[in-house]
Design a binder for this molecule. Structure first.
Ligand code: 6PG
Length: 240
């Protein structure tokens, strides 16, 4: 587990955008799973602002680690956020963008998206093998859309499941541990003081860490990095 700590959210975004550009350079084709939330948004802005002409977007295929079950025009859609801040600003072929169709019946879409992943991404252990899988972590320790109250979804035999938000009940489509831990490289983007306690518990394996889905992310490849801002990492540094 590699921890990269940056003074500000913006610095984290700039450094991750640089990492992403270098990462794609090494590949002929790259299959990337994106996460939603506020942290990726500033990364997308940094990518669009400074790397739109430096990345060969024709080799990049975007997927999502989770999506809210809302139409793509809905402000809560992870796809819409990505389109607004990145996809509309770079020259990526439409056919390279594989969105989860939040407007469909959730159970049907979980099956349909699993099929899309199986058909478009090279397999390892008979499971789609993402080159890069980007995750966030909620204040409650959730990741993708696997929340603590449904942590059993992590061990599903399926690679996509239907989950529910614990407060709103909103249905979500989410990848599961089977495909997340099969990725070649997993990167967490975590910022803000609200994440500090859960992050310390997970990194130090303290408290209730094993009840947080984010603590279950352990790619077989061993390639797991956390891009953190100083606020999220504050309890780690004081613990040193
Ligand atoms: C979502 C995200 C979710 C997110 C975390 C962290 O659909 O909401 O995929 O898992 O990554 O909630 O979000 P922030 O980056 O906004 O803290």
């Amino acid at each position: 587990m590699i921890l990269k700590i940056y003074n500000t959210k913006q610095r984290l975004a700039d450094r991750f955008a640089e990492f992403f550009c270098n990462f794609t350079e090494e590949k002929v084709e790259v299959h990337v799973a994106l996460s939603g939330g506020s942290t990726p948004r500033i990364v997308f802005e940094a990518l669009a602002a400074r790397y739109s002409s430096k990345v060969d977007w024709g080799k990049v295929h975007f997927y999502w680690g989770d999506e809210r079950c809302v139409p793509p025009s809905d402000e809560q859609s992870n796809y819409k956020m990505t389109r607004d801040f990145l996809l509309s600003k770079v020259d990526i072929p439409e056919t390279n963008v594989h969105r989860i169709k939040g407007e469909n019946i959730p159970g049907d879409e979980a099956l349909a998206y699993a099929k899309i992943l199986q058909e478009n991404i090279p397999l390892k252990n008979d499971v789609p093998h993402f080159d890069l899988l980007i995750l966030g972590m909620g204040d409650d320790g959730h990741t993708a859309s696997i929340f603590p109250h449904q942590i059993e979804l992590w061990n599903s035999e399926k690679i996509c499941e239907v989950a529910q938000h614990p407060e709103t009940g909103q249905e979500r489509i989410t990848l599961t541990g089977k495909i997340i831990n099969n990725a070649a490289r997993v990167v967490f983007l975590v910022t803000g003081q609200a994440k500090a306690e859960k992050l310390r518990e997970i990194v130090r394996e303290e408290g209730s860490y094993n009840s947080y889905p984010a603590a279950l992310v352990a790619p077989e490849s061993g390639n797991l990095s956390w891009f953190l801002d100083r606020e999220a990492a504050v309890q780690l540094e004081s613990a040193r």
